[in-house]
Design a protein around this ligand. Structure first.
Ligand code: AKG
Ligand code: FE2
Length: 275
């Protein structure tokens, strides 16, 4: 992680790395994603499934494992040093889904792991700094496979909110985007970027990253002739409790990726760190 990246991430809670992938890496990843999208449910390899009914995306579960061109991205050199720094050299991949967002989907209201009840006690997620580095127990990496142009919609963040000390007044941004009981308002649409909000507009081959503690969401997607495609990779420390991966998914993976998925004690340093 460069001093510039560390400064920006600490200040804002997010990072945008332009041109993270080479042209070859990008076209191989795009082609693999396209293949997953075009595979019918009956033809999907065991362990994979697609949820087309969700409010905000078409979810292609375990997309990272669908093809080696996507699996390779889990330790991509453009952002791997950031993963290692934030995970205190004890990384674990906890999910890796391929997401498609199109104009039929809902606005994705602002949320974060820091917001809501019960997330500021000892069970809270953490964002800490010390020893000239950042420690954060939940990093979300978005590898973009399609272009987002300013005005299209897509990822929004409240820069700095990973460290905010006050609760966000409910209707401060995007009033009406949630129902009174905190649910999502199904007919709400917005392309607005009010003061205090940043709309991240990566190009295909860029990487964006957020701490799950930074308040974020997604604007409605405007273009009807293009969608927004990205691989979402979530990293947590290897010593936190993990959920089980389906064996059919794990057995497809390279040994190095299996190690990345593994829950291990704090004292262990994974061999993938010495490559
Ligand atoms: O649509 C987006 O870019 C945001 C997705 C999101 O909130 C998440 O993956 O946690
Ligand atoms: Fe989120």
């Amino acid at each position: 992680m460069t001093p510039e990246q560390r400064y920006f991430f600490d200040l804002t809670g997010y990072l945008h790395i332009p041109n993270a992938l080479t042209d070859d890496e990008l076209s191989a990843a795009q082609e693999a994603a396209e293949r997953y999208l075009n595979t019918s449910d009956e033809e999907l390899p065991p362990g994979f499934n697609i949820d087309r009914e969700r409010n905000h995306f078409i979810w292609h579960f375990f997309g990272f494992a669908f093809d080696k061109a996507l699996e390779r991205l889990t330790r991509h050199p453009s952002f791997w040093p950031v993963v290692l720094e934030l995970m205190h050299d004890r990384p674990r991949l906890t999910s890796g889904n391929l997401m498609i967002n199109n104009h039929t989907h809902e606005f994705h209201p602002l949320h974060s792991q820091r917001e809501g009840t019960g997330t500021r006690g000892p069970e809270a997620p953490y964002y800490l700094t010390g020893k000239d580095r950042i420690f954060c127990d939940h990093l979300v990496v978005f590898v973009y496979l399609t272009d987002v142009e300013p005005g299209d919609g897509g990822l929004i963040v409240l820069p700095g909110s990973h460290k905010s000390e006050f609760d966000r007044p409910d209707e401060y941004f995007y009033p009406g985007s949630r129902t009174p009981d905190g649910g999502y308002s199904p007919d709400y649409r917005s392309f607005d970027v009010p003061a205090g909000v940043a709309n991240i507009t990566p190009k295909a081959g860029d990487v964006a990253m957020i701490s799950e503690m930074v308040t974020h969401g997604a604007l409605s997607w405007k273009p009807e002739d293009r969608d927004r495609r990205f691989l979402t990779l979530r990293y947590m420390p290897q010593y936190t409790v993990g959920s089980d991966w389906p064996p059919e998914i794990v057995e497809r993976l390279d040994p190095e990726t299996r190690e990345l998925l593994a829950v291990q004690p704090y004292k262990d340093i994974k061999t993938i760190l010495s490559e």
